[in-house]
Ligand binder design. Structure first.
Ligand SMILES: N[C@@H](CCC(=O)N[C@@H](CS)C(=O)NCC(=O)O)C(=O)O
Length: 201
């Protein structure tokens, strides 16, 4: 069974949902309650996956590892199709995730006042622009890669859920909102959300 070090609702939620989607059993370990979290070389960050004693860090590396290990229809075999998949995986992990990360950084480091408000608004403008890129990819389809859900949709939906923690107006088109609603209703995702809520009580 896999062990997943997580924080409720954090980016580790997408890995948790992916494990559900791949029908893999997982032991959830709340990093705030784990005495061995630092010893794993976690750098203080989730997700950390442990597979048979082997520690894997970095969300994108964990995702590629799982997709290559367990048969699925998300990861194309190679060529341009695989490049497109990796491109969107990295867009989510290395572009959209850090863009939301700026909100957390500003929220934690700046004192309340006009400078903080200005910085939060500037950060949220960048996020709104990134969502237009998602909108353009959705064209007439529900998900990033057509009508079949992928881990990229799940990652983007996790990040989108963080906007409510900040007094900012992040703009999303109806197509983007429809994609997010479809992911939230997807059983592998909704089960992960519910299980993390129960585990954190
Ligand atoms: N590049 C890392 C970033 C992971 C990351 O930023 N994780 C956040 C949660 S979403 C975290 O653990 N932050 C530390 C904290 O909030 O204490 C990855 O993709 O795995």
């Amino acid at each position: 069974m896999y062990k997943l070090y997580y924080m409720p609702g954090a980016c580790s939620l997408a890995i948790h949902a992916l494990l559900n989607e791949l029908n893999q059993d997982v032991e959830l370990i709340d990093r705030n309650k784990a005495s061995d979290f630092e010893k794993l070389g976690s750098r203080g960050m989730v997700p950390v996956l442990v597979d048979n004693g082997q520690v894997i860090r970095e969300g994108a590396a964990i995702i590629l590892y799982l997709l290559e290990k367990h048969k699925n229809q998300m990861l194309p075999d190679g060529g341009l199709e695989k490049a497109r998949f990796t491109e969107w995986l990295m867009f989510a992990n290395a572009t959209m995730h850090p863009a939301y990360g700026r909100l957390f950084f500003i929220g934690k480091t700046l004192a309340d006042g006009p400078a903080k408000e200005q910085a939060l608004n500037a950060a949220s403008d960048i996020i709104s622009t990134l969502w237009t890129s998602v909108d353009a990819q959705l064209t007439n389809s529900t998900f990033i890669f057509g009508e079949r859900i992928s881990v990229v949709d799940m990652m983007l939906t996790v990040y989108a859920s963080w906007g409510v923690y900040f007094p900012v107006d992040i703009l999303m088109s109806d197509k983007v909102k429809r994609m997010i609603a479809a992911v939230q209703a997807h059983p592998a995702y909704s089960k992960a959300v519910a299980d993390e809520q129960v585990a954190s009580q």
